[in-house]
Design a protein around this ligand. Structure first.
Ligand SMILES: Nc1ncnc2c1ncn2[C@@H]1O[C@H](COP(=O)(O)OP(=O)(O)O)[C@@H](O)[C@H]1O
Ligand SMILES: [Mg+2]
Length: 400
C-alpha cells in the first residue's frame, strides 16, 4: 500500500459540478466544458501512488491543477468524484475532530509566500505547530531551536520575518513545517518566488535534510529543471489530467506525449541525468589475481582491460598492454599492484562529470560508490546514446 493513493479523482469548479461530471468522465475537453457550462475542470481522472519516503514532484504549467491536486491530500478540497487514501484511511471518512488532528499531526505545508506570522519571532513561528498541539513552552523552544539550527538560521531566533531575506524566510517556513515531525510534507511552489541562486541553495537544503529525514515530500513546481533535480518521481499534469508519472530518466528518455516532449526538449541531459542511469556491470572483474592469472583471464575473455576489486574495494583498472610491458618482471606479483586508480565517477554524479575521464582513457569509466565499491562502468557509447537528443519539433511555446 502506497502512503498516498489517489484514485480517479475529478474536481469540477462551478455551481453544479455533478451536472457536468459525466462530460468530464467521457473525456471531453476542458475548454469545451468551460465554454458550454461555465464549469472549470480542475482535475480529470487523476490516479497515482505516492510512496513513503520519496520526493514526489507534481509539475505542470500554471492552471494545470497542481495546487488543486495536493489540496485534496489534506482535504482542503473535496473531490467531485474519486478517492484519496492516506495510510489506508479514506480522507473523506474523517469527521471534523479527526480531520483537525490529521492535518495537525500527519502533514505540514510549506507555501510559496512563506505564510509566516509577521508579529512573531522566528522562534515563535517555528514553534507554532507545537504550540497548537499544546506542547509546553520549554519543550517547544528546544525543538524549535533544533530546527532553526538544521535550516542554518542559528542566531536569528529573535528576529521577525520582515527582518529576513526571502530565502531566510522560507528557511523559517521549512523549519516550522518540520518542527511537528509530520510524516508528509506538502510544498506548493515553495521555492518559486526565490531568486535562482537562493532557490538552488534551498533545493540543496531540502535534499540534504531528506537524506536524514526520509519524509514523504510532495513538491509542486512549474519548473522542469527543479523537478528533475529534486524529484525521485515526477508527475506531469496538463489541463487537470496526468500526462506521465515516472523517474527523471523516464521523463527525459521516454516522454509519454508531445506535451512532455516539448517540456524536456531543451534539457541538458548530461547535467540532468546521473551516471547510474547508464552504468552497466563491468566486463571483467578481477579480484585476487597475479599478473599471469590476470593476463590469462583477459585473453580468454577477449578483453583489453579489467577492473580490480580487493576486500570489496575498488583498486583500479589494469590493461593487458601494461601487463605485457612488464614482460615477466618478477618484482610485481599481483595485478592490483599495477592497477590505475586515477579515473572513477560516483553513481549519483551527473553524466557530465564522467566526460573528462572518458576523454582521457580508452576504457569504460569505473563507477565507484561512497563505500569504495565498484558498482558499474560507463562506456562512451552509452553516454553518446543518452546524450544524443533527437530534435523535437513541437512546443517551444511551453518553455518559460
Ligand atoms: N476555487 C476555484 N474556483 C474556480 N476555479 C478554480 C478554483 N481553483 C482552481 N480553479 C481552476 O482549476 C484549474 C487548476 O488550478 P490550480 O490547481 O490552481 O492550478 P496550478 O496550481 O497548477 O496553477 C485552473 O483552471 C483554475 O482556474
Ligand atoms: Mg498552484
Amino acid at each position: 500500500m502506497a502512503q498516498i493513493e489517489v484514485r480517479n479523482i475529478f474536481k469540477i469548479f462551478g455551481d453544479k459540478p455533478q451536472s457536468v461530471l459525466a462530460r468530464a468522465q467521457n473525456g471531453e475537453n476542458k475548454d469545451d466544458i468551460l465554454a458550454d457550462t461555465g464549469h472549470t475542470v480542475g482535475l480529470s481522472d487523476v490516479s497515482l501512488d505516492i510512496e513513503e519516503g520519496e520526493i514526489f514532484v507534481v509539475m505542470g504549467l500554471s492552471g494545470s491543477g497542481k495546487s488543486t491536486l495536493i489540496r485534496h491530500f489534506n482535504r482542503l478540497i473535496d473531490p467531485t468524484a474519486g478517492h484519496i487514501t492516506v495510510e489506508g484511511t479514506d480522507v473523506m471518512t474523517l469527521g471534523t475532530d479527526q480531520l483537525i488532528k490529521f492535518r495537525r499531526d500527519k502533514m505540514s505545508m510549506v507555501f510559496q509566500r512563506f505564510g509566516l506570522l509577521p508579529h512573531r519571532t522566528v522562534m515563535q513561528n517555528v514553534g507554532y505547530g507545537l504550540e497548537i498541539q499544546g506542547v509546553e513552552k520549554a519543550k517547544r523552544e528546544e525543538k524549535a531551536r533544533e530546527w532553526i539550527d538544521q535550516v542554518g538560521l542559528a542566531g536569528y531566533e529573535d528576529s521577525f520575518p520582515s527582518q529576513l531575506s526571502g530565502g531566510m524566510q522560507q528557511r523559517v517556513g521549512l523549519a516550522r513545517a518540520l518542527c511537528t515531525d509530520p510524516e508528509i510534507l506538502l510544498m506548493d511552489e515553495a521555492f518559486s518566488a526565490l531568486d535562482p541562486l537562493i532557490r538552488s541553495d534551498m533545493q540543496d537544503l531540502l535534499l540534504a535534510l531528506q537524506t536524514k529525514l526520509h519524509k514523504t515530500v510532495v513538491f509542486i513546481t512549474h519548473d522542469l529543471d527543479e523537478a528533475l533535480r529534486i524529484g525521485d518521481r515526477i508527475a506531469i499534469l496538463k489541463d487537470g489530467a496526468l500526462s506521465q508519472v515516472g523517474t527523471p530518466a523516464d521523463i527525459l528518455l521516454s516522454p509519454a506525449d508531445d506535451y512532455v516532449r516539448a517540456f524536456v526538449k531543451d534539457v541538458n541531459r548530461a547535467r540532468a541525468l546521473n551516471v547510474d542511469v547508464i552504468m552497466r556491470p563491468p566486463a571483467l572483474r578481477l579480484t585476487d589475481e597475479t599478473i599471469e592469472e590476470a593476463m590469462a583471464q583477459m585473453r580468454k575473455a577477449g578483453e583489453e582491460y579489467g577492473y580490480v576489486t580487493y576486500d570489496n574495494e575498488y583498486r583500479g583498472v589494469v590493461t593487458l598492454e601494461a601487463m605485457e610491458e612488464l614482460n615477466g618482471d618478477g618484482k610485481i606479483k599481483w595485478a592490483r599492484e599495477i592497477a590505475d586508480l586515477t579515473h572513477s565517477v560516483h553513481p549519483d554524479e551527473p553524466i557530465e562529470g564522467a566526460v573528462p575521464a572518458a576523454l582521457t582513457v580508452d576504457y569504460p569509466i569505473p563507477v565507484v560508490c561512497d563505500e569504495g565499491e565498484l558498482v558499474g562502468i560507463v562506456s562512451n557509447e552509452d553516454m553518446v546514446s543518452v546524450l544524443d537528443q533527437p530534435d523535437a519539433d513541437s512546443g517551444e511555446e511551453l518553455r518559460h
